[in-house]
Write a protein that binds this ligand. Structure first.
Ligand code: CUA
Length: 343
């Protein structure tokens, strides 16, 4: 005959489970605190608001958890000499199961909604606007200056510290979602619509973002680098980015430029200052100065370019850019030298 499980055994099992759960979540919490893609490591006004909201919610949850585990411990190990009366038990269920959760959750809802309103507050018109378009699987980034000048880049968003900047978000194909946890909340990018987000960095640094909406085979490889800079450095960087591409200066990069032209790379990519004016793929005018190659897939150096060019579909399954594995080793190396020199 199978042994009966008593309510006391159940309660003791639940207490042990709670202890293991606490250790695991505490470990994950500590691991996630100080990383470049952490909402608990805020570098922006909006992210700080999210962190604050998280702390209050976590504190509320911890309080409720402690109360429930306290009751469990009492049920498992408490003395039974003075059991609770039926009316006392009903009162406990009504107060602990309905009144307290209603009050706490209503308070958190009001607090959360007030914070959301503040986070949706746009920057005043007339300043810099950053237009970001999600495409399978990379980000087109356009800086629209107050003068009307547009500087296009890709896969990297740079923002000045201490200035609130409006971002206009679009999609070229399916639903994507822009999320840079260290700077603010996430916002969907919906085909045929423009959604808006504003961000205000509070300190300089390099952060990681990601697409937060499943968008196809290489969704997980749709990373993003966000760089926050002091206003003077940001202005100097923008001036630098508005210039056309530097001409190739070494014999390898000169030959690489010929490979680029002969293989029709300019049909999809723009390199300002050259004949390449394609609009399908990322603007490559200053591609050598970006942090990564293949939108977060590889480090930005000649080896990274060579690996990307010879195996685009291996590195990012489903990507529209064909691979150039048919190039000779020398052509591949020269083309990589040309791209790396575009700074
Ligand atoms: Cu784009 Cu997921």
């Amino acid at each position: 005959m199978a042994a009966r499980t008593s309510p006391g055994d159940c309660a003791r099992g639940a207490v042990r489970f709670s202890a293991v759960w606490l250790c695991l979540t505490a470990g994950l919490f500590v691991l996630g605190c100080d990383l470049p893609q952490s909402a608990l490591n805020p570098a922006g006004v909006d992210a700080a608001r999210v962190t604050e909201l998280w702390v209050w919610m976590a504190a509320g949850a911890a309080l409720a958890w402690t109360a429930v585990v306290g009751l469990l411990v009492w049920a498992a190990y408490g003395r039974r000499s003075n059991p609770m009366s039926p009316s006392g038990a009903i009162r406990l269920v009504i107060v602990g199961g309905a009144v307290i959760p209603t009050v706490v959750l209503t308070g958190l809802l009001v607090y959360g909604l007030a914070g959301t309103r503040e986070m949706l507050e746009p920057a005043p018109d007339g300043g810099l606007v950053v237009q970001v378009t999600g495409e399978e699987w990379w980000w087109r980034v356009r800086y629209v200056l107050p003068s009307g000048e547009v500087i296009e880049s890709a896969n990297e968003i740079r923002l000045p510290v201490g200035r609130r900047v409006n971002l206009e978000l679009r999609s070229a194909d399916v639903v994507h979602s822009l999320w840079i946890p260290a700077l603010g909340g996430k916002m969907d990018m919906i085909p045929g619509r423009t959604t808006r987000l504003s961000l205000e960095p509070t300190r300089a640094g390099t952060w990681r973002g990601a697409c937060a909406e499943f968008c196809g085979m290489s969704h997980a490889a749709m990373g993003l680098v966000a760089v926050t800079m002091e206003p003077d450095s940001f202005r100097a960087w923008l001036d630098d980015r508005s210039a056309p591409a530097s001409a190739p200066a070494t014999s390898a990069s000169m030959r690489g430029h010929d490979v680029f032209e002969n293989h029709g790379c300019g049909a999809c990519h723009t390199v300002r200052g050259t004949q390449a004016a394609g609009r399908l793929g990322p603007d490559l005018t200053h591609v050598g100065a970006r942090r990564t190659v293949g939108d977060g897939s590889l480090p930005n150096d000649t080896t990274g370019f060579a690996r990307w060019l010879s195996g685009t579909d291996r590195i990012k399954p489903g990507v529209r850019m064909p691979h150039f594995g048919m190039l000779s080793r020398r052509d591949l190396s020269d083309l990589s030298a040309y791209l790396d020199a575009l700074r």
